[in-house]
Write a protein that binds this ligand. Structure first.
Ligand code: ADP
Length: 548
């Protein structure tokens, strides 16, 4: 017997209508390349979204066209999110920091019909314009006065196109399985792979992200997504934020400028923000150097790579900001787990609290987890066994978009192998040890590069640290610590190595330290271990260390 409840499709159109009707006067603030504080309301935004949908029709885009965006976090990008997806088309967010070759690859692979581009990224597209044969034209996200001169063909001005359209639009009734967005993984191995989100998956994840034990979003929040809108839909905040009717604050091209971020937080009433550790660290350093407060910020979602304990403690102790440590991936839209309290963890202190804070948390409702050994046998949730982490759930990728060479994303039992190694404790808290390909195998035992890196950055003289496994004649592999020092710090190898005493098992302590000026990063701001391993391919340990 079926229930007798209405079966309205889950669609971003529903979120848009709700945002417009119930939160019409809420504010959206954006930094853009020509305006330090653009400001308008949800009502203004969605009026323009209707005009933009008309523009998409007028440009002759097909009904399920993929439309690319190369843009920072701002109100025009938000308008595109809704106009493209709610008109039934697919919003393909392209990471402008990728190499030109990769951008050309993914635009061609997605067969994007039009590209909407911020003025700053026009030059990056010029050398590849001719190769993107399916692209019919470009729309530069600016007004007539700031249109750049370009060699690209068939180029239009965003504001001019919008000004020519009426305010109304007949939104189509969409099946909830309709594709809404497309985002390619960074492709650290092989070509990037396309993850095709649906209206249904995006809406359900927005509900889950807003839950009290997730990001606890509400209409009285000010949300500052530092995580780029070109990376997994800024972790779903542009959907969840509109759904709850929060004030949205977008940093535009100033996303990497801690002074602007701090100004936005204090002047615009930002209560929650989100980003990867590499962007949150400069924000912390800036507040320290300038002795400024981050009031009224009280939550900061950090994920994308492991958040060092020292960073979480500083945000808590210096700014009364709770770091919400989260884990996920492009294939998971991206939220998989979030660290929030349970009855079992409330009141923890000292080492137990530190241990708990380093966990990436528990699965969001809607996501299932398991860990398996090398024979695919499920491992117990005892907080000790580490194994391959597998997931399935309501917003997890089923298959990649037109995968090269075919092949699905799931195993025979329907699970998606994340490529991460993790343990899970009896309360369901996970601890990511490593990416499978980054694990260091010493004498047959695993060493967690993440734990070593986190311990290293806890030292005041260490600005950034990476640990890789290097071939060792006796132990197969041993950890090598590569460190960027804080500007004024003078620290020796030995002093740094003794910092690990008592903090990690003795046999985990790296065999050597190399000081460098910078570490390589991926286009999403993560450490590129692949690149680092290439740099140290000929490295040999100076002495054969005796690990017992
Ligand atoms: P890409 O795969 O394109 O680099 P993703 O954002 O999809 O980008 O990266 C997902 C990966 O990032 C995860 O599989 C995991 O290895 C790592 N990751 C994400 N969040 C965390 C976290 N909180 N702690 C440790 N690793 C993380």
């Amino acid at each position: 017997m079926f229930g007798l409840m209405m079966e309205m499709p889950l669609s971003l159109t529903g979120i848009m209508h709700h945002g417009e009707r119930s939160h019409a006067r809420q504010t959206i603030v954006s930094v853009t390349s020509t305006n330090a504080r653009h400001r308008y309301t949800y009502a203004d935004c969605f009026r323009r979204v209707r005009r933009l949908a008309r523009v998409l029709d007028r440009l002759g885009t097909t009904t399920d066209a993929r439309i690319a965006t190369l843009a920072w976090n701002d109100y025009r990008h938000l308008e595109l999110y809704y106009a493209i997806s709610c008109s039934g088309r697919v919003c393909h967010t392209v990471n402008p920091r990728l190499f030109a070759e990769q951008i050309a690859y993914i635009i061609n692979h997605a067969e994007d019909e039009w590209v909407f581009v911020d003025p700053q990224f026009v030059a990056a597209l010029e050398p590849i314009g001719e190769r993107c044969s399916k692209v019919r034209g470009y729309v530069v996200m600016t007004d007539a006065e700031h249109m750049p001169v370009t060699t690209l063909q068939n180029v239009h001005c965003y504001e001019t196109l919008l000004a020519a359209e009426a305010d109304d639009y007949a939104w189509p009734d969409l099946d909830e399985r309709t594709a809404s967005g497309l985002c390619y993984t960074s492709g650290t191995t092989g070509n990037p792979k396309g993850v095709l989100y649906s209206h249904r998956s995006s809406v359900i994840m927005a509900y889950a992200a807003a839950l009290p034990d997730a990001c606890a979003l509400s209409a009285i929040d000010g949300i500052l997504p530092i995580v780029p809108m070109f990376h997994v839909n800024a972790w779903g905040l542009p959907f969840a934020g509109v759904m709850v009717g929060a004030k949205l604050v977008f940093p535009g091209p100033k996303l990497g400028d801690p002074a602007t971020l701090a100004d936005l937080i204090t002047e615009e009433g930002v209560t929650i923000s989100a980003g990867v550790p590499t962007v949150c660290l400069p924000l912390l350093a800036h507040t320290l150097a300038t002795q400024r407060s981050l009031q009224p910020l009280n939550r900061l979602v950090i994920g994308g790579s492991a958040c060092p304990l020292s960073m979480m403690e500083e945000f808590r102790d210096r700014h009364q900001v709770r770091v919400i440590h989260a884990w996920g991936m492009t294939e998971m839209s991206p939220l998989g787990t979030i660290n929030s309290q349970t009855a079992a963890t409330v009141g923890l202190t000292g080492a137990a609290l530190a241990e708990q804070m380093c966990s990436q948390g528990r699965a969001l409702p809607g996501v299932e987890l398991k860990i398996t050994d090398e024979e695919n046998r499920e491992l117990a949730w005892d907080g000790k066994n580490a194994g391959a982490l597998k997931v399935r759930g309501l917003w997890v990728c089923k298959d990649y978009y037109r995968p090269e060479g075919g092949g699905g994303a799931r195993d025979d039992e329907g699970w998606f192998a994340t490529g991460d190694v993790a343990s899970i404790d009896a309360n369901g808290f996970i601890r990511i040890t490593d990416r499978a390909k980054d694990v260091i195998k010493s004498g047959g035992e695993w060493i967690s590069s993440i734990d070593l890196e986190n311990t290293a950055v806890g030292h005041p003289a260490v600005a950034e640290a990476a640990v890789i496994g290097v071939h060792h004649p006796k132990w197969q592999e041993r950890p090598l610590l590569v460190v960027v020092r804080t500007s004024e710090a003078a620290i020796t190898k030995d002093a740094l190595l003794s910092w690990f005493d008592g903090k990690v098992a003795k046999w985990w302590i790296p065999d050597d330290v190399v000081f460098v000026e910078t570490l390589p990063h991926t286009a999403t701001g993560k450490l590129s271990k692949l690149e680092l391993r290439k740099q140290f391919i000929d490295y040999q340990f100076p002495t054969v260390h005796d690990v017992t």
